[in-house]
Ligand binder design. Structure first.
Ligand SMILES: Cc1ncc(C[n+]2csc(CCOP(=O)(O)OP(=O)(O)O)c2C)c(N)n1
Length: 339
């Protein structure tokens, strides 16, 4: 498993990033965690619908997004807000989406990030299609798709991986193995020793990376992106991490896992190891931490205010987004609400 920074902040190999780059990654992870905590609180106040927290997975998501160019494609899941944000999707739309507002699922012009997939695994084939289209059009954009360990049991995973390998599409498959698919543990999900090793059966490279190490994730995803951009085809990456919180705000993990295990993973916190590294390199002070935290809080509060100030959606905005021509059931629903 590729690791560059140990849990106690020691660099275990030559770090191919500058101190300034590490400070930026740290700042991004603070912003992401602030968003995550805020959304949990908003849901408890009844201001958001179900929310799927990503605490503990910030390094996997921020590191992966940092490896991309701003015009690359991202197809991710309900748990990938940090990845989607770092790739260009505004926090305010992510919040709006979680209130149930369909406009939250409409990325701004020029942002090549698909709305989050709630259907487990369904978006992997979209990423392959996007990557294939880019290759056919002669661009050198790549598509990264992120999914959980549970998604690897879906038929879509097999189709996406096989098609990508056969057609040599510039796709990066990023599996965030966070230990569970709701209550189902990773060891029961597949008899493979690792998810990364499944790559071999498809004829593509597979890598296992410490998903709580932002530098290692950036390095490994960066190499996969470079290969894809260079016409060398797809890669499967397994980022080994842990979901510190519940599956969603409707879940009680105490019913299926030992919370001591979660506590153990807190010691491998992806933010703390970078903080320790920066502190040792004179790149961190409590004052700077305070500034980062206040700035992050300000930005997230602003995003929530934007989302909550959106005027009530019209019937058109709710119902006419999906199809070019409204289907019969949609026409019926429009009729029911008086249009
Ligand atoms: C096709 C499909 N089947 C079942 C579900 C219900 N479901 C939602 S999340 C989830 C578990 C997914 O686990 P994993 O892929 O490991 O991702 P994680 O939630 O751990 O990030 C399931 C079964 C769904 N949304 N879509």
């Amino acid at each position: 498993m590729r690791t560059l920074i140990s849990p106690d902040g020691i660099v275990t190999d030559r770090l191919p990033f500058t101190l300034e780059e590490m400070r930026r990654l740290y700042s991004d992870m603070i912003e992401a965690r602030t968003y995550d905590h805020k959304c949990m609180a908003l849901q408890r106040q009844g201001r958001l619908a179900t929310y799927a927290p990503f605490e503990g997975q910030e390094a996997a998501q921020i590191g992966a997004a940092a490896a991309l160019r701003s015009d690359d494609w991202v197809a991710a899941t309900y748990r990938d807000a940090a990845l989607m944000w770092r790739a260009g999707y505004p926090w305010s739309l992510l919040v709006a989406g979680r209130t149930g507002d369909e406009r939250g699922g409409q990325p701004p012009e020029g942002v090549n990030v698909l709305p989050p997939s709630i259907t487990v695994g369904g978006h992997m084939i979209h990423a392959v299609g996007l990557a294939w289209a880019e290759a056919l059009n002669g661009s050198n954009r790549v598509a990264l798709t992120s999914f959980g360990d549970g998604a690897t049991s879906e038929g879509d995973f097999h189709e996406a991986m096989n098609f990508a390998a056969v057609f040599n599409t510039p796709t990066v498959f990023l599996c965030q193995n966070n230990g569970f698919a709701i209550s189902y543990p990773r060891d029961e999900q597949t008899r493979s020793e690792s998810i990364a090793m499944k790559a071999e059966g498809y004829g593509m490279p597979g890598f296992l990376v410490d998903g709580n190490d932002v530098a290692a994730v950036l390095e490994v995803v960066g190499s996969a992106v470079a290969r894809a951009r260079n016409g060398e085809g797809p890669t499967l990456i397994e980022a080994l991490t842990y979901r510190l919180g519940p599956h969603t705000t409707s879940d009680d993990p105490g019913r299926y896992r030992d919370e001591d295990e979660a506590e153990g993973w807190r010691e491998r916190d992806p933010l703390e190891r970078v903080r320790l590294l920066l502190e040792r390199a004179d790149g961190w002070t409590p004052e700077w931490q305070g500034e980062l935290q206040s700035r992050a809080t300000e930005l997230i509060e602003e995003a929530v205010a934007i989302a909550e100030a959106l005027p009530q959606p019209t019937a058109d905005e709710m119902l006419l987004r999906m199809y070019q021509q409204p289907t019969a059931p949609i026409r019926e629903q429009l009729g029911e609400i008086g249009r």
